[in-house]
Design a protein around this ligand. Structure first.
Ligand SMILES: CC(=O)SCCNC(=O)CCNC(=O)[C@H](O)C(C)(C)COP(=O)(O)OP(=O)(O)OC[C@H]1O[C@@H](n2cnc3c(N)ncnc32)[C@H](O)[C@@H]1OP(=O)(O)O
Ligand SMILES: O=C([O-])CC(=O)C(=O)O
Length: 377
C-alpha cells in the first residue's frame, strides 16, 4: 500500500491524475487544441491527417498521408468471420453495446507495417473497422447487405456510402469530416480516463478501447448527443422550450447537451457546430428541430442566469442536428462519436503505455466494522 496521504474526491473534479501532451482543454477561456493547434485551425483539414496528428503528435508526411489512407481502406473491410459474428448480434441492440462487445473480437494485424509499432497498428485497425461495424449493423437492421469500402475514396465518403448505400455529396463529406474532427480528442474525459485505467493493468489496446466505448455510452457523457436531439424532438416546437426548461429545473432533471465539467463558457466545439447545423438544416422538419434547440439554449441562459449560474451548450447540443441532416438515426449518434473519439483513445494508450503505472485509488470504507471470527460468533 502506498504511504501517500489520502485525498477524498468522489468525482475527481479538479483533481489532476496525470499528464498528457495530446490535447489541451482550457475551460475558463473555452479553447481546445490538439497537439498545440487550435481546433479552429484543424476543423477544415483532412480527417485522416488530423487523426494522424492526434495519434502520433506530428503532421503526416506525403508518404504517411497515402499510407494511412490505404491502410484505413484496407482494414475497413470486415473479414468473413467478423461479418458472421456481427450477424449473430441482435439487430435491436444499441450500436454502442454492439461496438463495446465487438471491438475485442476483431481480427487485428500481428505485424506493424506503418513503422509505428504494433499497438498503433492494431489501434488504427480497430478505428478502421469501427466505421464498418456501424455501417454494417445499420444495414443488417434494414435487411440490406453489408457494403465494402472503395479504395481511393475519402474515409467519410466511404462511410456514408457503406451506411446509406448511396454516395454522399461533397458538402456532406466535408460536414462529417468537420464534426468528427471536433470530437476526436478531449483530454481526460471519462471515456479516455476509463481507457487509461484499463491500460494501466497492462491489458491490450482492444480491451482499453472497449472500456472507453462503454464509458462513452452514458447520457452524462457521449450519450447526451442522442438524448439532446430526442429531447428537441419530444419538445416539438420552439414555443414549448421555455416551459420544458422551467419544468426540468423545477424537477432537477438535467437538460441534455448543456453544461460541462471543464468549460466555464460555451464549448468551443459547439461554437463551430451551431453554424454548421444552420447551414445543413434546410428542410422544414430540420429547421424546426434546430429552432427548438436554439430556444432551449436561450431558455437555459435565462433560467440559469436568473439563479446567478452559467450553464452553456456543450459539443453534444448542436451536433445531433448535423448528424440528423446527414440521415443518421439518433441511436447511432454516440457510435458516430466513438468512431471519431477512437483516435484519441489510441493516442492516450500509446502515450500512457511507456510510462505505465497501475491506477488504483483508495476507498473510504463505510460498511459494518470488520469483526474477528471470535466476536462474530
Ligand atoms: C462529450 C461530453 O461528455 S459533454 C457532456 C455531455 N453531458 C450532458 O450534456 C448531460 C447534461 N449535463 C450534465 O449532466 C452536467 O452538466 C455534466 C455531467 C456534463 C457536468 O456535470 P458536473 O460538472 O458534475 O456539474 P454538476 O452536475 O455538479 O452541475 C453543477 C450545477 O449545475 C446544474 N447543471 C449542470 N448541468 C445541467 C444541465 N444540463 N441541466 C440542468 N442543470 C444542470 C446542476 O444541477 C448543478 O446544480 P446544483 O449546484 O444546484 O446542484
Ligand atoms: O471532457 C469531458 O468531460 C467531456 C467532453 O467534452 C468530451 O469527452 O468531449
Amino acid at each position: 500500500m502506498s504511504n501517500t496521504e489520502s485525498v477524498y474526491s468522489s468525482d475527481l473534479a479538479g483533481v489532476v491524475v496525470g499528464e498528457t501532451a495530446i490535447s489541451d482543454v482550457q475551460g475558463e477561456a473555452g479553447v481546445l487544441s490538439y497537439r498545440g493547434i487550435d481546433i479552429n485551425d484543424l476543423v477544415d483539414a483532412s480527417f485522416l491527417h488530423v487523426a494522424w496528428l492526434v495519434v502520433f503528435g506530428e503532421w503526416p508526411t506525403g508518404r504517411e498521408q497515402s499510407a494511412i489512407k490505404s491502410f484505413m481502406c484496407r482494414h475497413a473491410t470486415l473479414t468473413d468471420r467478423e461479418q458472421d459474428l456481427l450477424k449473430q448480434v441482435n439487430r435491436e441492440l444499441h450500436p454502442m453495446l454492439m461496438l463495446q462487445g465487438m471491438v475485442p473480437l476483431l481480427e487485428l494485424p500481428t505485424e506493424a507495417t506503418l513503422g509505428r509499432g504494433l499497438d498503433a497498428e492494431q489501434g488504427l485497425c480497430i478505428a478502421a473497422k469501427i466505421s464498418s461495424l456501424i455501417a454494417a449493423h445499420y444495414r443488417l437492421g434494414q435487411n440490406k447487405s453489408i457494403l465494402e469500402p472503395t479504395p481511393g475514396k475519402l474515409r467519410h465518403e466511404n462511410f456514408l456510402t457503406m451506411f446509406h448505400g448511396r454516395a454522399p455529396s461533397r458538402e456532406q463529406v466535408r460536414m462529417l469530416d468537420a464534426a468528427q474532427i471536433l470530437q476526436m480528442e478531449h483530454s481526460f474525459n471519462a471515456g479516455t480516463f476509463a481507457g487509461r485505467v484499463c491500460a494501466s493493468t497492462l491489458a491490450p489496446i482492444q480491451s482499453s478501447i472497449s472500456a472507453s466505448i462503454g464509458t462513452l455510452f452514458g447520457q452524462l457523457h457521449g450519450g447526451a448527443d442522442q438524448a439532446a436531439l430526442e429531447m428537441a424532438m419530444a419538445i416539438g416546437s420552439p414555443d414549448k422550450a421555455d416551459a420544458y426548461v422551467k419544468d426540468c429545473l423545477a424537477n432537477k432533471v438535467k437538460i441534455m447537451g448543456m453544461g460541462h465539467r471543464e468549460y466555464r463558457t460555451v464549448d468551443p466545439r459547439a461554437k463551430i457546430l451551431k453554424p454548421m447545423a444552420v447551414e445543413l438544416c434546410q428542410d422544414e422538419e430540420s429547421k424546426n428541430l434546430l429552432a427548438t434547440l436554439v430556444a432551449v439554449e436561450e431558455a437555459c441562459q435565462r433560467e440559469f442566469g436568473a439563479k446567478g449560474k452559467e450553464i452553456w451548450a456543450n459539443v453534444e447540443f448542436y451536433k445531433g442536428a448535423v448528424f440528423h441532416s446527414l440521415g443518421i438515426p439518433t441511436h447511432y449518434f454516440t457510435a458516430m462519436f466513438a468512431q471519431a473519439r477512437v483516435y484519441g483513445y489510441i493516442a492516450h494508450f500509446l502515450e500512457f503505455r511507456p510510462q505505465n503505472k497501475l491506477i488504483r485509488p483508495r476507498a473510504l470504507y463505510n460498511g459494518t466494522p470488520p469483526q474477528s471470527d471470535k466476536s462474530a460468533a
